[in-house]
Design a binder for this molecule. Structure first.
Ligand code: FE2
Length: 271
């Protein structure tokens, strides 16, 4: 099963941000996905759809994402505003309490979409209702579960991001501890960087934003800096034995050149 991980388009009502044509970047990502990965079962956009939360930004996002040839599911990020989010994405499932957490059944297993936003802070929080919902979903799970959330629950070493990660990660760790082996992979937004590893025994990944990126400047007291380096999206391929993820630099697709070997690997003739 193949799906697309797209994140942090940060659209605005005006169409640009930090002198980057963010509309064009999202549209180029969508065009690349349709051209090369139209066989994907679905796409997930892990939050920060809008930069300022403007209704017009969600309208632009809905228009751009409607071009995707597969179903797509957006999450809330710290820059998003719930009311405007659902005004723009009226077809997105909504929890009974109005928050943007929901389950999508896929051929690879259960995709659990969380809303880790918290009023008044850019940091994340897994609220009581979602803790219970997640626990119930994992207890009931008979196959693999995959978690999608905007905020990562761990430090990445970039202080500006670590200060606004999931603030109550221990709660998530406890849910994992009570449901060992149930969560196969976690997918985050928020990082604006390729970011891969494992936390509490569960593999995770994040991917570049389709808009601006986080500059990888490490060190104590270093404030968050962004960059205009190339955007990306990820293609995830899930089988019974593997989760394989490719980061795609879609604005550099024109740079390919032929580099075929005479033979090798699986092509090597048997003698
Ligand atoms: Fe973001």
């Amino acid at each position: 099963m193949k799906f697309i991980h797209l994140t942090d388009p940060h659209l605005t009502a005006s169409g640009s941000l930090f002198e980057i044509d963010i509309d064009a970047r999202l549209q180029a990502a969508v065009a690349s996905i349709n051209a090369h990965h139209g066989d994907a079962e679905l796409a997930v956009i892990t939050g920060d759809i809008a930069h300022w939360g403007e209704p017009g930004a969600y309208q632009r996002a809905a228009t751009a994402l409607a071009e995707l040839t597969m179903p797509w599911y957006p999450l809330m990020g710290n820059h998003d505003v719930l009311g405007a989010f659902y005004d723009g994405f009226s077809a997105t499932p909504q929890a009974p309490d109005g928050r943007a957490y929901y389950k999508v059944d896929t051929s690879a297993g259960m995709f659990l979409m969380l809303d880790t936003t918290s009023e008044g802070t850019h940091g994340g929080l897994l609220d009581d209702a979602q803790q219970a919902w997640l626990e119930d979903a994992l207890v009931a799970a008979t196959g693999d579960a995959f978690i999608f959330m905007h905020h990562p629950p761990l430090d990445c070493g970039l202080e500006g991001l670590d200060n606004i990660r999931l603030m109550n990660a221990d709660v998530l760790a406890d849910v994992f501890a009570r449901n060992p082996g149930k969560v196969r992979h976690m997918f985050f937004g928020h990082m604006h960087r390729p970011f891969h590893g494992a936390w509490r025994g569960v593999p995770f990944s994040s991917v570049k934003s389709t808009a601006h990126q986080t500059a990888p400047i490490f060190g104590a007291g270093v404030k968050l800096r962004s960059s205009s380096e190339m955007p990306g999206y990820a293609v995830a391929m899930i089988t019974a034995e593997s989760v394989a993820i490719h980061d795609i630099s879609f604005l550099e697709e024109h740079t390919t050149f032929e580099n075929a070997r005479e033979f090798g690997g699986r092509d090597k003739p048997s003698v």
